[in-house]
Ligand binder design. Structure first.
Ligand SMILES: NC(=O)c1ccc[n+]([C@@H]2O[C@H](COP(=O)([O-])OP(=O)(O)OC[C@H]3O[C@@H](n4cnc5c(N)ncnc54)[C@H](O)[C@@H]3O)[C@@H](O)[C@H]2O)c1
Length: 250
């Protein structure tokens, strides 16, 4: 208990799956959590279940104005920002031949622009208050080829390298802000149901096998995010932590 005691945290995509599990866990460990998402009703429900240490704000990660408002509102209500979890994501499937330019841009708007803007606005506040920790959700799609999820994989690859550039930038400038990425495998969330549906024929069987009997629960990823968000990982910076029960190394 108390592993992030007193810290103020923003979690995007917090209405569902990994984001909701992370919000619950960080709050249990003492943080004040700002849940942000485009799904208002679900987000408000999760924040309500967590209780006084949580609030929900509607927020579209792809919109710069929404980021300005989210960070300003967090500062107004809680006076500081210590942790940002850039978790919001969408599945955009298609190969290099079947994907349209719109598909490609849609994936990038949420997962690349979203992470870029989040880091940009969070760093501005974190450096004033002496530091912070940013955790970006990438995927094993950034490590291994997933030919039928080209727009998604390309966006997650960008998150992986953007994370490292941000980590080095903050380290050079002695901001005391760390930036790491988390790369889940098959996690049982609404998004993974979409993955299964979209690619019943194309999905390698081992991807489905890697999610047996509820073992790949969102809480498995949330505990990794907690580690990176907390001061326990103070020397972990620019790293990529794969959370896939060895799926991507087989
Ligand atoms: N589930 C998996 O197997 C898996 C594997 C690898 C990586 N991931 C990554 O983990 C993260 C969380 O995914 P999940 O599995 O919990 O999915 P999910 O679909 O359960 O949750 C994603 C959340 O992001 C929100 N969101 C989507 N677009 C948004 C936008 N423009 N602005 C704000 N919020 C937005 C959704 O409303 C939803 O609440 C994603 O970045 C995803 O790519 C998931």
């Amino acid at each position: 208990m108390g592993r992030v005691e007193g810290k103020v945290c923003i979690i995007t995509g917090a209405s569902s799956g990994i984001g909701a599990a992370t919000a619950r866990l960080l709050a249990e460990e003492g943080a004040t959590v700002v849940l942000a998402d485009v799904q208002e009703q679900k987000g408000a429900e999760v924040a309500g279940e967590i209780g006084e240490s949580a609030c929900f704000l509607r927020h579209d990660v792809s919109q710069e104005e929404d980021w300005r408002h989210l960070v300003q509102e967090t500062m107004r209500r809680f006076g500081r920002l210590d942790i940002l979890v850039n978790n919001a994501g969408i599945l955009v499937s298609g190969t290099i031949e079947s994907s349209s330019v719109d598909d490609f841009h849609r994936a990038n708007a949420v997962m690349v622009d979203g992470v870029f803007l989040g880091c940009k606005y969070a760093i501005e506040e974190m450096k004033k208050s002496g530091g912070g920790s940013i955790v970006n959700l990438s995927s094993i799609a950034a490590q291994i080829a997933q030919p039928h999820f080209l727009p998604y994989s390309a966006a997650k690859g960008a998150v992986r390298t953007m994370t490292k550039s941000i980590a080095v930038h903050c380290q050079i400038h002695k901001y005391n802000i760390r930036c790491n990425s988390v790369h889940p495998g098959a996690i049982q969330t609404p998004m993974f149901e979409e993955v299964k549906k979209a690619s019943k024929e194309l999905l390698p069987p081992e991807l489905l096998k890697a999610s047996p009997g509820g073992r790949a629960d969102p809480s498995e990823v949330a505990s990794t995010i907690l580690f990176l968000a907390s001061d326990e990982s103070r020397f972990v910076n620019g790293a990529e932590l794969i959370v896939d029960n060895a799926l991507s190394v087989q």
